[in-house]
Structures are given as structure tokens and as C-alpha cells.
Design a protein around this ligand. Sequence first.
Ligand SMILES: Cc1cc2nc3c(=O)[nH]c(=O)nc-3n(C[C@H](O)[C@H](O)[C@H](O)COP(=O)(O)O)c2cc1C
Length: 439
Amino acid sequence: MTRQQHLGWFLARGFGPHGWGHPYLDWDYRWTSPDLYRQSVRELEQASVELLVIEDAPSLGSPETLDLRVRHAFGGPKLDPLLLAPYLFEATRAIGIAPTVNPAALPPYTAARQLSTLQHLSGHRLGVNVVTDTGSARHFGAAAPLGHDAAYDRAEEWLTGVRALWRSWPEDALVADVESGVYVDGSRLERVQHRGEHFAFDGPLNAVPFTDGEPLIVSPGGSGRGLGFAGAHSDVQLALAPLEATALRAYRQRIHDAAVAAGRTADDIRILFAIQPTIVASAEEADRLVRASANPDDATIVQLARKQSSDLETDLTALDLDAPIPPGTFGDHVSHGSIARLVGDHDATTTPLRVLLAGLARLRRTGDGTGLVGTAEELADRIEQLGEEVDNDGFLLWGDLHPVTVHRTLDELVPILRRRGILRRELDDRGLRANLLGS
Ligand SMILES: Cc1cc2nc3c(=O)[nH]c(=O)nc-3n(C[C@H](O)[C@H](O)[C@H](O)COP(=O)(O)O)c2cc1C
């Protein structure tokens, strides 16, 4: 049976110069102005995309590697997506917006209040992408950065605190009775006193209760601890996995098990798998691109080395491309997951850097199930098939946020999905929960 899919969009380089290095710089491209995003988000809404997630990192990274992050704009600069959100809400009526928030950067009381404000202003369309990156610790106090799992402990404490503050106003506390003149029954408010390992604060929150539910909690963490966090706390999980049935099924099962272990049900959470498709006009064109990608030119290799240097905070551009990466190149600050993605199936001690980078450039076809280069029809087939085979909830389209990219990705795909009954024709006006969770 055809299973309707939810679509999200991920602005993967955050509220920054995400178009840098793209040909559409010669289109209108003023990334610090809201117009670009307003136009794009309206088009996403027209395409029944239910949620826009805006990546963020509050820091430019460590002082030693700062230049690597900003030189080609892969790792910054970035403005605060929480403050972009109101412009996008105002330009639209139904799509949800989820800025990224790091609990290290926004204390629970301030977070609960600001997020509550946005939830009301947006007609209950707010999501919050909760991340646990620890590299920015030095901007927020003198304490040493937390370890990976401890950052998740802090995020759990933060979220529990934020929710306690939101719940400090029971629905019936807001009386608003013109006749008696009573606006709020203050005796109904919960005081909330939190004294935890990472935070200490008192409530109640200085905000009114929600009428259509709390902001949606979104999480992207892919580690074991991250999947556990999602199962226990999230409404939406952003997932990275090879796009085939066994991997998707296993990923879903881990989240669902964690949800059940935390006293929730599998149906309490939607899992969106991140994909970055390249949609072309014909199967022949797709084959040609795939063939060409097997032998990337020097310019492509250099561009990949720059991007990897930013992501890995390690200068790969200074290394000999035709030799293996010397032992000890990567410091302790570098994510193991990112190194593993660069190395892939190769032996890092013998494989030249150029071959590793070429591996990242390698494209594969949608049609044969190995990749995501193909026609819109082929991608629709894949989306439909995974929806049926693994009971998939939906996909997160990964890219920048410019009308050119939005059109390239969705122009043909959306009508095909709608005609097949896989994509809704219109979004629900009752908020993000109604669209994504059906509640
Ligand atoms: C789809 C997706 C989106 C992500 N967005 C962010 C982000 O906006 N900011 C960030 O610091 N990390 C982001 N991450 C990376 C990490 O998952 C995140 O920092 C997390 O809190 C730590 O994750 P881990 O459980 O994967 O180690 C993202 C990952 C994925 C797959």
C-alpha cells in the first residue's frame, strides 16, 4: 500500500554564506537579507515540505583551525537561526521551522521563554533542533568542554528543565474572564525549582500556556547515545544511513526500542532520513554524470580537500595528494565519524589522499538503488518503495536554501509524488504537530 511520506528540508550550512562556491551567486544572493529565505521557504511550503531545519554552530571552531573553517565559508560565518525564524514564519502560514539550539549556549529559562514566544507568534509551528556539539564551550564560560556523553546528559537536563517550565502553566491557569476581570489564576502555576548538575533555576515561566502543544523537539545525533536521546525525548529524528531497506529498518528499530524503553511508543516519533539527490532530465544524463565522477578533475579534488579541511579542522590542502595521510595528522579534536567517512572502505595507511577524496566525489545511480543521481521518476520510485518496505516516515532533503536549489530538487519530484498519493497536496493550518505527528 502506498504510504504517504513527510518531507523536510535541511539548510545544511546554516544561516551563513551557504551559496558560496555555487554558480547561482550571480542570481540574487544576499545571504544576510531575509528575502532569499522568505522566497525559498514559501516555495517549500507550496511543495508540502512540512519542516525546515536550519543547521547551526555558534562557534568558528578552535583558534588554531579558524582560518580553515572560514576561508571557503564551509564552517562559518553563521548568524543565529533562532532570530531568522520569525521572518520565515511571517512569510508563510503552515510550514514548520526548526532552528538549531545548543543547550550550552542558551540557559533553560531563557530558552523556554524565547521558544515559547516563537511558538505563540508562529501559530504553533516551531521545532527545535537540539545538538550537543562541545567545541564552542569556551564562548560560554571558563569550564572545560564536556565529553561526548556528558554533553548528552546536559542536553537531557536542559530539555527536562525547559519542558518543566513550559508545563508550569496548566491550561486552566489562563482564565481571561472579562466579566470578573481575572486574567490568570496565579495559584494554579507550578513553582518549578531545579537544582541539577549543569543548571539551577526557579520558575514558573513568564509566558502563557500553549494552545496546540509544545514546540517539536528535533534531534540529529547518530551515536548510540544520540539514538537513545531521540527515542526518549524527540518528536522528530534526523537520520543518516545508507539508503537501503536493511539499514533503514535497523536504524528505525533502534530508535523505536529506545522510545519504548523510555515509556513512549514508536508512533510518538517521526524519523526522516537525510538525502541529497541530484535530479537530472534523463537516465542517460545520470549515467554520464556517474561515469564522469569516477575520474574527478583536479579542481574537484581541491574543492573537496577544502571542505574536508573545514569539517575535520585539519589542513588537508597542505598534504601531498599522492601519498597516504601521515600518521598523527588528525588531533584529538577531530570527530571519528568524519574521519571514517573520508576513509570509507580503504586502508588509510596505504591509500593516497587523492583516492580517498575521489571516493567522496563518486556518484551512484538512483535507479539501481546504489546512490541518488537519477531522474525524478526514479527517485519517486525509491521513496515509494522504501515507504512500503520499511514503513518509512519520510525524508530530509539536504542542501542550501536558494530558490534555484529548491526548484532543481522539487520541480518534477513533487507533482510525481502527489499524483502517486505519496505526498500531501496541502499542509494543515493547525501547526507543526498536526502536520508531522497528526496530533
Ligand atoms: C541531519 C543532521 C543534522 C545535524 N545538524 C547539526 C547542527 O545543526 N549542529 C551541530 O552542531 N551538529 C549537527 N549534526 C551533528 C551531530 O549529530 C550533533 O552535533 C549531535 O548533537 C552530536 O551527535 P552524535 O550523537 O552524532 O555524536 C547534525 C547531524 C545530522 C545527521
